[in-house]
Design a protein around this ligand. Structure first.
Ligand SMILES: Cc1cc2nc3c(=O)[nH]c(=O)nc-3n(C[C@H](O)[C@H](O)[C@H](O)COP(=O)(O)OP(=O)(O)OC[C@H]3O[C@@H](n4cnc5c(N)ncnc54)[C@H](O)[C@@H]3O)c2cc1C
Length: 438
């Protein structure tokens, strides 16, 4: 599904409907720069925008197209939370970051969404942005978890309206009887994520960044001046940002082998129906709030601006695609929305996301001049923007928030390159089974 030999976007709803179909040049020759960013997903372009706003000299190298990776293929759901703060037990945030950092993490959990909100307004980005998000529960156990999350949000003085919903109230949001309740949150939302990513690349370019596509970094020579090699040239930089995330190790494992052990590429899939028409669309999602259930291998869905159902899920840790992605996903969609039984599926696709064992984004520094951010564990549209800001702050001299994130003790996946997918898939199968036992 994710053919790594492809140089163009996968055949997704986003690629077919992106507003800006223009491209960026391929890198050639030898160029000097202060900062070279490797990877043009949301982490890379968000970092480039922040650095551009600081007036920094930036070159960004993307191996395929801007947004080619997870950033141009995801569910488009803007969900806050950074370092797992807000939604989980504050005790867990404390255990990872220390008690005095809980407020900082809660603030970043809101800030990551505000960055998108503010940037879309500041630069007038056209990306179908809509606000409204639902966490839904399939049973009473999951509803107790949501109630706990609601209390965490309240305890953290979350600034947007949140509301617990019982089964009846949920009917005002979703045309399905699959859920016993949920939590509505007006502070999260959804958008056309490839349009956002591409627009952010254009903004970075307008602020002075030199951006190149189809410029895969094949090796990197470390030192005070880092030499970054592509097939057609060399960038010589004082500092590098590695933003290849779930694809870095697959496309060029030798670029930073020490990061590979901490991030496992898992696959998730999305189908996009034909446009449903206004009546059917409103009957399934009255308010078009982006929605996620509570499982490890969760269902997530929303409507696009042209009223297609974008239904995602089937998180797969085995690195093997299911025999029929459409067949499996349609079955899941129909089980939630039987009224969509007869609709056509116009697009289906999958993508890799970088998973970390503790599900906290991994940020840090190698060799004093190589910065990195990766492993958003399926939840990166907003958090990548926080990482971009933290990396840019550190690159211009304020490393406080980078040090906070880099201080987390991450654990490598066991099993080495050969066995880690198999071991992790077995572990996740256990959690999937647990999710089904009510
Ligand atoms: C199907 C799917 C659905 C998802 N749904 C959601 C959602 O609804 N909400 C949410 O918050 N998160 C979601 N996620 C997760 C989210 O998309 C990611 O966390 C986020 O996009 C990660 O962005 P990134 O820039 O770090 O990595 P990516 O977007 O993967 O970008 C990495 C880029 O680096 C490039 N690259 C790698 N190596 C090199 C190299 N050697 N040289 C040059 N370039 C290189 C790649 O080509 C790629 O474009 C989903 C992910 C998937 C796959």
């Amino acid at each position: 599904m994710t053919d790594l030999s492809e140089l163009e976007h996968t055949n997704s709803y986003y690629a077919a409907t992106q507003r800006d179909k223009g491209i960026f040049p391929t890198f050639e020759g030898t160029v000097h720069t202060d900062i070279c960013i490797i990877g043009g997903g949301l982490t890379g372009v968000a970092t480039a925008v922040e650095l551009g706003e600081y007036g920094q000299d930036v070159v960004l190298l993307e191996g395929r197209r801007i947004g080619w990776g997870a950033s141009g293929r995801n569910g488009g759901q803007i969900i806050g939370g950074y370092g797992e703060a807000l939604s989980i037990d504050p005790a867990r945030t404390q255990a990872h970051f220390g008690a005095e950092a809980v407020d900082d993490l809660n603030r970043m959990s809101v800030e990551c969404v505000d960055i998108i909100r503010d940037r879309v307004a500041k630069y007038n980005i056209q990306c179908d942005l809509r606000w409204g998000y639902l966490d839904v529960a399939r049973n009473r156990r999951e509803m107790r978890g949501i109630a706990k999350m609601f209390a965490n949000y309240q305890g953290a003085s979350y600034p947007h309206e949140i509301r617990l919903l019982d089964r009846g109230e949920l009917r005002d949001y979703l045309g399905t009887g699959s859920y016993v309740g949920g939590m509505a949150n007006t502070g999260y939302g959804h958008l056309h994520v490839l349009d956002l990513c591409k627009a952010e690349a254009r903004i970075a370019e307008s602020l002075g960044a030199r951006i190149f596509e189809q410029s895969l970094v094949t090796s990197l020579t470390r030192g005070a001046k880092i030499r970054i090699h592509t097939g057609q040239g060399t960038v010589i930089a004082d500092r590098v940002v590695l933003a290849g995330n779930g694809y870095l190790s697959q496309l060029a494992p030798e670029v930073a082998p020490e990061l590979t052990r901490y991030v496992l590429p898992a696959t998730s899939y999305v189908i996009a129906t034909e446009p449903l028409g206004e009546d059917l669309a409103r009957s399934v999602m009255q308010k078009n709030f982006a929605t996620c259930d509570q499982r490890t291998a969760l269902d997530y869905f929303r409507l696009s601006a042209d009223n297609r159902m974008l239904f995602g899920g089937l998180c797969n840790y085995s690195a093997r695609d299911p025999r029929s992605i459409t067949g499996t996903m349609v079955k899941r969609m129909k089980s939630v929305f039987p009224q969509l039984s007869d609709v056509m599926i116009d697009y289906h696709w999958g993508g890799h996301m970088g998973i970390g064992l503790n599900r906290i984004p991994q940020l840090g520094l190698l060799d004093e001049n190589i910065f990195y951010a990766q492993a958003y564990s399926g939840h990166g549209v907003a958090p990548t923007h926080m990482s971009g800001r933290i990396l840019a702050e550190a690159l211009v001299g304020d490393a406080r928030r980078l040090e906070l994130m880099a201080g987390v003790a991450h654990k490598p996946f066991p099993g080495g390159r050969m066995l880690r997918h198999a071991l992790f898939a077995t572990g996740m199968a256990y959690y999937k089974l647990k999710d089904e036992l009510v």
